[in-house]
Design a protein around this ligand. Structure first.
Ligand code: FAD
Length: 289
């Protein structure tokens, strides 16, 4: 049963920020209320974010993309511009929960929940996104790569709200995608999530980002594997070696969904598959220049 709690309904951003130090932000509630009901979360005073003006918006200015803190997974999925501006995030949104959850769940809530299996986080890491934090005292921006400090722990201070996320859309010389491996197609917790961005210029890989979910206490980038690919012509052998390296950078657990061994194997296979697909799609374009 849900324990009693106070619910504050601030009318705008300033009021929300003023109340924040003494309460817990409530966005879609699809994590928070479930955790409170299960007694995993003991919040006693919730601050509803639903009245903040223009808090549910997606802006694209040139190649710069920004989504406001109240933007839902459904909003992302319905915005046709994001198919090019954030392919991996669209891949994640398509397999995120069911429609009712997608209409309620926010991207910022997914980022703040900090679960290693949070599906929008590998895409946001692969896009090199930034997290916008605002408190009554001012604002700051952190790379999402530096946001997580441990299992369900992040850099957000109690008086800060995540007011947005932003990134530069992948250019024509980049390919970006995400794959969620789970026991069912819908409404299932991720067993392994892999997002990659590969950039190819002059026949070589000039940049690679590999973000892995559900195989460590936080979603993280496999930087040693990325370094093996950067500056190289990607052969099947090199991609396989880098995918094995990515596997060696993980620290998965056994649980009811999969064994640690299975998760390691899946990281190897999925990283190899996604990097190969990215490279093949770019090699054709590069040759045509
Ligand atoms: C049936 C079901 C299916 C699900 N399927 C998936 C799935 O496929 N993939 C997946 O990744 N997750 C899934 N989830 C988990 C959940 O839906 C997501 O994590 C969701 O994105 C959380 O967003 P929310 O808006 O509901 O956040 P809330 O539950 O409102 O909040 C989550 C946490 O973030 C904090 N928070 C929220 N917004 C902000 C903000 N702007 N600034 C600072 N802190 C904030 C809250 O205080 C809380 O600690 C599922 C949940 C359910 C119940």
């Amino acid at each position: 049963m849900l324990r009693e709690f106070e619910l504050e309904l601030p009318g705008d951003l300033q009021e929300t920020l003023a109340q924040l130090p003494n309460g817990t932000p409530l966005a879609g509630g699809t994590n928070l209320l479930v955790d409170m009901r299960a007694r995993r979360e003991k919040a006693e005073r919730l601050i509803w974010l639903g009245n903040i003006e223009n808090f549910r918006d997606i802006k694209i200015d040139g190649d710069h993309v920004s989504i406001c803190g109240g933007t839902t997974v459904g909003d992302v999925l319905r915005d046709k511009r994001l198919a090019k501006a954030a392919p991996s995030l669209i891949d994640a949104a398509r397999v995120f929960g069911g429609q009712m959850v997608r209409n309620q769940a926010t991207i910022a809530g997914n980022v703040c929940s900090g679960s290693p299996a949070a599906d929008t986080v590998p895409p946001l890491l692969s896009l090199d996104a930034e997290v916008h934090l605002t408190s009554a005292a001012g604002s700051r921006i952190l790379p999402i790569d530096a946001f997580y400090t441990g299992f369900k722990k992040n850099q957000r201070a109690p008086d800060e709200l995540v007011t947005g996320l932003s990134w530069n859309a992948p250019g024509l010389s980049s390919a970006n995608s995400f794959y969620k491996l789970a026991r069912r197609k819908g409404d299932a917790i991720t067993v392994v999530g892999v997002a990659v961005t590969v950039t190819c210029e002059g026949g070589k890989c000039t940049d690679a980002r590999i973000a892995l979910g559900a195989v460590a206490p936080t979603v993280f980038r496999a930087k040693e594997a990325e370094a093996m690919l950067t500056g190289e012509v990607l052969t099947d052998t090199l991609i396989d070696e880098a995918a094995r390296k990515a596997m060696s950078e993980t620290g998965p657990i056994d649980d009811i969904r999969a064994s640690a061994d299975y998760r390691r194997h899946a990281v190897h296979m999925l990283t190899r598959r996604l990097v190969t697909q990215a490279w093949q799609s770019l090699a054709g374009k590069d040759a045509g220049k």
